[in-house]
Ligand binder design. Structure first.
Ligand SMILES: Nc1ncnc2c1ncn2[C@@H]1O[C@H](COP(=O)(O)OP(=O)(O)OP(=O)(O)O)[C@@H](O)[C@H]1O
Ligand SMILES: [Mg+2]
Length: 389
């Protein structure tokens, strides 16, 4: 690929008819330091064009005597950057108005300039130099296009590489979580840890892994909040029935960090509800609902509420465990928002407010096709009963 104009790319091609005008023109150009290649006819000229040229200088009679169909096809199919200049040495008094053929040449040959004979040598040289200057601009455009094309190619390659890396990473994260779960379970079992502790730990790892699954399926471009909530509630709904945990809200796409944080928080809230709250009795239920508050110039705000009803009478706790700390501190920090847990007598209420910045990382990072059979979310290792904290 030649990017810089070479000597051949600036040649003036001059097809020589029977008369002497072409030779004279070529001689004048040569004396002005402009390389001219004399061609015996138009097909020779087209052959030379394939080796590149700056312009063609054609005596009008050549176009009358010879078939210029191939030349016009070459002009038609030239690349987007190219607008090959042609100078036609017109017959005396052959202005466009008196010479309909000249108008046709313009139409089929494109970038055409007419120079009426007899011409002054200086006029010819300046017309050719102007055409060459235009041609050089076209070469510059070609060079820029080539650079751009190479950059796009490079970027495509980089993206493919990145996708491969991310797919590999997803695969490894899943397997690592599975390994961690297995190590934890085996170690706690052989260390004689209580079943409840083993289950608590396992269920937390499973909750994390399932949130990763949703995000991997969505190519880490973010996730639908309803899907994240359903995934987190699913193990609890399975044991207690769908109606005991209602999930309600408009479609909201949340960035990956928010999705993971919300999934883990919901897991802790549901676990606590089973242990102490509305889901610890057969009558109680939970509503998890969310909505968006349009922020005008500010990012939209997500407001989500976990509300327990119909459970045992609640008394505010005197100690905070992992669940409270994860929700009140970890979640708030990850969401760049506020989280509060209230303990009114008729049921725990947890309110989450998070700003959803549209500029957050929501571009797809991985390609959907799964090239490897990555393991699905870590499945709970059954320890005899549903996980509770
Ligand atoms: N839904 C609820 N209803 C009534 N009381 C609750 C509820 N959730 C939490 N609590 C009270 O708040 C306390 C703190 O909860 P937290 O989740 O922080 O710790 P934990 O569940 O006791 O232990 P951990 O979460 O570390 O396994 C609980 O011990 C309980 O007294
Ligand atoms: Mg807890």
């Amino acid at each position: 690929m030649t990017l810089a104009p070479s000597a051949s790319s600036e040649r003036t091609l001059v097809p020589a008819p029977m008369g002497r005008d072409a030779q004279i023109a070529a001689k004048i150009l040569g004396e002005a330091g402009i390389e001219a290649t004399v061609c015996c006819d138009l097909s020779h000229l087209i052959g030379e064009l394939r080796r590149e040229a700056g312009l063609a200088l054609i005596v009008e009679e050549v176009l009358h005597d010879q078939d210029y169909g191939d030349l016009s096809r070459w002009i038609e199919t030239q690349p987007a950057w190219s607008d090959f200049p042609i100078v036609i040495l017109a017959q005396r008094g052959g202005g466009l108005e008196r010479n309909p053929a000249a108008g046709r040449f313009s139409q089929v040959l494109g970038n055409v300039v007419f120079l009426e004979r007899p011409f002054h040598p200086t006029t010819l040289v300046s017309v050719v130099q102007t055409a060459l200057r235009g041609r050089r601009r076209q070469y510059e455009a070609r060079e820029r296009l080539e650079t751009l094309r190479a950059a796009v190619e490079r970027q495509k390659k980089d993206q493919t590489h990145l996708r491969l890396l991310i797919n590999e990473l997803n695969h490894r994260v899943k397997n690592t979580l599975a390994t961690v779960q297995s190590i934890v379970t085996q170690t706690l079992r052989s260390g004689g840890a209580p079943l409840a502790t083993r289950d608590t730990l396992t269920s937390r790892i499973v909750a994390l892994s399932k949130a990763h699954d949703v995000l991997t399926d969505e190519q880490w471009s973010g996730a639908d909040l309803a899907q994240i909530a359903a995934q987190a509630a699913q193990p609890f709904r399975m044991g207690l029935g769908e109606a005991r945990i209602s999930l309600k809200g408009p479609p909201v796409r949340v960035p990956p960090k928010t999705a993971i944080a919300v999934a883990l928080a919901l897991h802790e809230l549901a676990t606590n509800a089973v242990k102490y709250g509305a889901l610890s009795t057969s009558e109680g239920w939970v509503d998890f609902s969310w909505d968006l508050a349009a922020g005008g110039d500010e990012p939209d705000e997500l407001i989500a509420t976990w509300r327990e009803c119909g459970g045992p009478r609640v008394t505010p706790p005197t100690r905070a465990g992992f669940g409270t700390r994860l929700i009140e501190r970890g979640l708030a920090a990850d969401l760049n928002g506020e989280v509060s847990i209230a303990y009114p007598p008729d049921g725990v209420v947890c309110t989450i407010r998070a700003r959803l910045d549209p500029d957050q990382d929501t571009e797809p990072l991985v390609v959907p096709p799964r090239t490897r059979s990555a393991r699905r979310a870590v499945e709970p290792v059954s320890e005899g009963r549903p996980a509770t904290a």
